[in-house]
Ligand binder design. Structure first.
Ligand SMILES: Nc1ncnc2c1ncn2[C@@H]1O[C@H](COP(=O)(O)OP(=O)(O)OP(=O)(O)O)[C@@H](O)[C@H]1O
Ligand SMILES: [Mg+2]
Length: 146
């Protein structure tokens, strides 16, 4: 899929965009998601997880910080880590959850909501997904994929 700027008109279109984007992803990749509360970060992630045939329930791990799912890629299992940094207040808290090691692990795909709280520890080749609301329409989103 080509990276760039997209507009989605509803939840399903954001999910589908995540699904189509997912064919870019390989073990070790990090996807950082930026956007306010209710922007659609989790919806995009649900699409990614569907591409990898995750059958667990995919939800914002807001209280647990991290969920792990088992996905499928070329008939192999691939761990998918869904991390939500919403509750992180300072970089020492990232250390406590072992974020630095997790984010550089080579065997899993890592999806990070509220990535602006990662305090600069994301690898340089991280994909970034920015979701913003469009004025005058509560269901439209502008999504840039870099
Ligand atoms: N174009 C759209 N794309 C995605 N979600 C949309 C869209 N239009 C409306 N919605 C609604 O916006 C909400 C997005 O919720 P979602 O949980 O994905 O947001 P989030 O960015 O993960 O928020 P949080 O920061 O709370 O985790 C859903 O209720 C969804 O139905
Ligand atoms: Mg979310």
């Amino acid at each position: 899929m080509k990276l760039g700027k997209f507009t989605t008109k509803n939840q399903k279109e954001t999910y589908d965009l995540g699904f189509r984007f997912a064919d870019e992803l390989k073990p070790g990749n990090v996807v950082a998601l930026f956007g306010d509360l209710g922007a659609g970060k989790t919806e995009f992630i649900k699409g990614i997880c569907a591409y990898f045939k995750v059958d667990e329930l995919v939800n914002s791990p807001t209280f647990t910080i991290m969920n792990q799912y088992i996905g499928e890629l070329d008939e192999n299992e691939i761990p998918i880590l869904h991390i939500d940094l919403y509750r992180i207040k300072k970089s020492s808290e990232l250390k406590e959850i072992g974020f630095d090691e997790i984010i550089f692990s080579n065997d899993s795909i890592k999806l990070v909501e509220w990535a602006d709280k990662a305090f600069g520890v994301l690898p340089p080749d991280t994909y970034s997904i920015n979701i913003s609301f469009k004025k005058n329409n509560e269901n439209e989103r502008i999504i840039t994929i870099d």
